[in-house]
Design a protein around this ligand. Structure first.
Ligand SMILES: Cc1cc2nc3c(=O)[nH]c(=O)nc-3n(C[C@H](O)[C@H](O)[C@H](O)COP(=O)(O)OP(=O)(O)OC[C@H]3O[C@@H](n4cnc5c(N)ncnc54)[C@H](O)[C@@H]3O)c2cc1C
Length: 280
């Protein structure tokens, strides 16, 4: 793949991706192969994102609960049908509303509602707590049920105008501490400062911020074993992924938490003293 990125590469990739796709389709290649090969060609010749970022994005794309839900939903239906549970539910729905005018349609809706109930987050459904990619809370950690609070992996909370659910130990600890204070009457808002660490064999992975919506990645290598990827949207620093680079991570984290965005050219320059950026 190409050199370290210095500009937004989407347009350049599209110029290769679509002609390649149409040529392969015109040659009669099956659609799936045409898509896979054209993406590979576009990534190889048109992308200036680092290889590691491309691989990470591919896995992030796969790590989708709705995507996983599709095969499991079909499997659950097969098991329920094999065990005659589906039939029993349809019969129950039929006996409840089947006698009404348009009964077949009503029975269909009632049985679908039962399926939705048993295939979702059963405990929250049973308690009547509102869900939105997890147990929905307000900025203080309160759920829709009185006196019920949520924190950690299960909680989706307001973040930068939207909602988010974070799966990391630091978030679970910070949010739980705040919710505990609020239960005692502190009345504090949770302002998430996402960061993450993990040891993967000989690689210490540390992430500061969230790179959602980035359009540019700057690669900064400290030595042969240490590298950090700095994610920008326009001129705004969103996140830093550091591999065996605790210094890059710590400075990136402090910059993000302080709302500072050093010019990408400064990060790209190996002679820049990162620590000095904290004072500017
Ligand atoms: C394989 C793996 C690797 C990970 N690696 C990292 C990492 O390197 N770094 C990092 O920051 N994060 C990592 N995470 C994520 C991290 O573990 C979670 O974000 C964190 O543990 C969430 O804490 P929690 O308290 O919200 O939930 P949990 O730790 O899941 O605790 C929930 C507890 O509730 C219990 N429970 C569930 N249902 C009930 C019930 N009905 N009644 C009573 N108890 C119940 C569960 O048994 C569990 O003990 C990893 C997660 C996984 C799965």
């Amino acid at each position: 793949m190409g050199p370290p990125p210095t500009h937004c590469p989407e347009a350049q990739m599209a110029e290769i991706l679509f002609p390649a796709l149409f040529v392969l389709l015109a040659l009669g290649l099956p659609v799936a192969f045409a898509m896979a090969i054209s993406v590979f060609v576009a990534l190889s010749f048109g992308s200036s994102y680092p290889n590691l970022v491309v691989v990470k994005e591919m896995f992030s794309g796969l790590d989708s609960f709705p995507l996983l839900a599709v095969p499991f939903f079909i499997l659950a239906a097969e098991i329920m049908t094999g065990g005659a549970v589906t039939l029993a539910m349809l019969r129950l729905a039929q006996s409840l509303v089947g006698h009404l005018k348009g009964g077949l349609g009503h029975a269909n809706v009632v049985s679908s509602a039962m399926f939705a109930g048993i295939s979702g987050s059963a405990l929250a459904d049973a308690a009547g707590i509102v869900n939105d990619n997890g147990i929905m809370t307000d900025s203080h950690g309160r759920t829709s049920a009185p006196h019920v609070w949520a924190a950690g992996d299960c909680a989706s909370f307001p973040y930068r105008g939207g909602r988010i659910r974070l799966e990391s130990v630091p978030n679970a600890i910070d949010q739980a501490e705040l919710v505990a204070e609020n239960i005692m009457g502190a009345d504090k808002e949770y302002v998430a400062k996402p960061w993450f660490w993990s040891d993967q064999y000989d690689v210490k992975l540390q992430i500061a911020g969230l790179n959602m919506g980035y359009d540019r990645v700057i690669t900064r290598r400290s030595d042969a074993d240490s590298v950090a990827f700095w994610y920008y949207r326009g001129d705004e620093l969103l996140a830093v992924d550091a591999m065996n680079d605790p210094r890059g991570f710590m400075i990136g984290r402090r910059l993000i938490e302080a709302g500072k965005s050093p010019a990408p050219a400064l990060i790209e320059d190996p002679n820049t003293d990162l620590k000095a950026l904290l004072k500017s």
